[in-house]
Design a protein around this ligand. Structure first.
Ligand code: PBG
Length: 325
């Protein structure tokens, strides 16, 4: 049967029938809010290239988290911006992220706290591992990354998210957590993380641009999907509980394939550049910001993401609780 008996417009006639046949639904439960924490007190400093995003000192972060929890958001992902940098700074038990985690938890906040594990925000060179003779040394990096993971776990975080893209890190971090009494802490692996220009505004926010070279020797070539599946497969075999694809919007095909092929939850990172482009276009009056935001987030979910890490989390949560989908 075809037209004129078949008319797909019949199921688009009004809002009720459209809602009844809607296949994908975004929920506040899907959203994870990334937050930047810096030194000092009373600090809420805007990130210029990311309108609406701020760096918070620990005291202000606790306030922000209270609001985020009230919006119904379940989880935050923390990035630390220390004053003094160095390869050992990331695993200082009294470091900025460690203090932030402890402060949020002791304020009685029930948010599920995920911490980013990487060396780029903490080191002077801005690379995600340790640099030896001008190159990022894979195996030496694993040591400091697992120290960082343990330190975050000791501070009380609920989940670790390694974003460095060193080979073998998931297995090493899993083992380190297990042998230190943290076998219940899950790992969300940035499994398929591409060397992307969409990270530009984040590097401004976290002050973590590489001081020489680029990240192409460890992050993936944007042209590759089969390699992404290998990364995911390896990370799962090393003990990743959740695998992430990053960025999200230019990589929906990768999200889709990962979801089809593996039976672990999939996270997608709607990154800084994807956020800032919407903000810039909206500020010019060229697009309807909320509609574009919701359409993008929905598309990431439709592609197969169970969780979406997005700077839009609070803005989207406000719309979702008002009943917009
Ligand atoms: C590295 C890290 C980056 C992002 C998250 N973790 C930057 C990079 O790899 O250069 C980017 C996030 C974003 O752009 O929103 N620790």
């Amino acid at each position: 049967m075809g037209f004129p008996e078949v008319r797909l417009r019949r199921l688009r006639g009004n809002a009720s029938i459209r809602a009844m046949v809607q296949e994908t639904r975004l929920s506040v439960d899907n959203l994870i809010m990334p937050l930047f924490v810096c030194e000092g007190s009373g600090v809420k400093s805007p990130v210029e290239s990311m309108p609406g995003v701020n760096r918070f000192s620990v005291d202000m972060l606790v306030e922000e988290c209270r609001w985020i929890e009230q919006l119904g958001i379940r989880s935050v992902l923390l990035f630390g911006i220390p004053d003094k940098k160095g390869d050992h700074v990331g695993y200082d038990d009294n470091g900025i992220v460690q203090r932030a985690v402890a402060a949020i938890k002791s304020s009685g906040n029930g948010l599920y706290i995920i911490t980013d594990v990487c060396n780029c925000e903490y080191s002077e060179h801005g690379h995600c591992g340790i640099v030896v003779n001008g190159e990022v040394d894979n195996d030496l990096s694993l040591e400091i990354l697992s120290k960082q993971a343990i330190s975050h776990a000791k501070a009380g975080c609920d989940m670790i998210a390694p974003s460095d893209m060193m080979d073998g890190r998931i297995g090493v971090i899993r083992k380190a957590l297990d042998t230190n009494g943290f076998s219940n802490i899950p790992i969300m692996s940035y499994a398929a993380k591409y060397a992307s220009a969409f990270y530009g505004p984040f590097r401004d926010a976290a002050d973590c641009a590489p001081q020489f070279g680029d990240r192409k020797t460890y992050q993936m070539n944007p042209a590759n999907t089969r390699e992404a599946l290998r990364e995911v497969e390896l990370d799962i075999s090393e003990g990743a509980d959740i695998v992430m694809v990053k960025p999200a919007l230019s990589y929906l095909d990768v999200i889709y394939k990962v979801k089809q092929q593996y039976n672990v939850p999939v996270a997608a990172y709607n990154v800084s550049g994807e956020y800032s482009m919407v903000k810039a276009a909206a500020a010019n009056g060229w697009i309807n910001e909320n509609s574009v935001m919701m359409e993008m987030l929905l598309s990431i979910k439709r592609a197969g993401a169970d969780m979406i890490i997005t700077y839009f989390a609070a803005q989207a949560a406000e719309l979702l609780t008002k009943g917009e989908r």
